[in-house]
Design a protein around this ligand. Structure first.
Ligand SMILES: Cc1cc2nc3c(=O)[nH]c(=O)nc-3n(C[C@H](O)[C@H](O)[C@H](O)COP(=O)(O)OP(=O)(O)OC[C@H]3O[C@@H](n4cnc5c(N)ncnc54)[C@H](O)[C@@H]3O)c2cc1C
Length: 199
């Protein structure tokens, strides 16, 4: 979907420049330019901070703070051999996406299942740390087996870690113009749908 948005923007004469922003030039009132790692300076009327888990780093380039931290989730793909066909046919393959009060998320994925768990405590992580937390599979397994004996014999097939940008203030997105530095827009703090932890 994002590629489609990008393609449409290019078709409408937007210029795509790939690079890492390392600094933002600004006055007390407005942003002026950004500088990339290769020292390219791009003058601009407006800046949108859409840097995901590094949104706080971009804000800090203008001396601002936003309450956004990277949080890690490890996603596991597993098969469940106790189910009638030894796969995601539990519930005749009609299981919906489940978000359990044990903080486990699980849904069918092809003939397997995909699951993760919100760790407790859910600590800030280094944005470069993408190592899976393998131990969490046991927590997922125990909690799912507690719900249904069909989930007692699970075999992990693969896993990977991802980060999302967590708003420590109220877990909601931070969207719109900054009140002091004009022309500086924010689109940060988009979390996973972590209903079991929402207040
Ligand atoms: C396990 C997991 C499951 C999820 N499930 C769902 C779901 O089911 N539904 C849902 O709606 N959302 C889900 N999300 C959340 C969703 O993935 C995020 O909300 C979304 O990706 C955020 O998009 P974004 O564009 O704000 O940030 P990102 O997609 O993180 O993009 C930020 C971009 O900024 C770039 N960047 C960072 N720093 C710099 C810099 N200094 N210079 C230049 N570029 C920079 C990065 O390289 C990246 O390309 C899930 C997230 C996780 C981790």
């Amino acid at each position: 979907m994002m590629e489609s948005f990008g393609q449409k923007a290019i078709e409408q004469e937007a210029e795509l420049i790939v690079g890492e922003v390392v600094s933002i030039s600004h006055s007390s009132e407005r942003v002026n330019s950004i500088t990339l790692t290769d020292s390219t300076r791009i003058y601009c009327d407006s800046i949108v901070n859409g840097a995901g888990t590094r949104g706080d780093q971009i804000a800090a380039m203008t001396g601002l703070k936003i309450p956004v931290e990277p949080r890690k989730r490890t996603t596991f793909v597993f098969k469940s051999s106790n189910s009638p066909q030894g796969n995601a046919a539990i519930g005749n393959g009609k299981l919906p996406l489940m978000i359990d009060s044990s903080r486990v998320f699980c849904r069918p994925e092809g003939d397997a299942f995909l699951a993760d768990i919100s760790p407790d405590p859910d600590k800030e992580t280094d944005p470069d740390d993408l190592g899976p937390v393998y131990d969490q599979f046991e927590d997922i397994w125990i909690n799912l087996a507690d719900r249904s004996k069909n989930f007692e014999a699970n075999k992990m097939l693969s896993c990977w870690a991802e980060h999302y940008d967590y708003n420590t203030s109220d877990q909601n997105a931070i969207v719109g113009l900054h009140g002091q530095i004009s022309h500086f827009y924010f689109a940060n703090g988009f979390p996973v749908m972590d209903f079991s932890r929402r207040r």
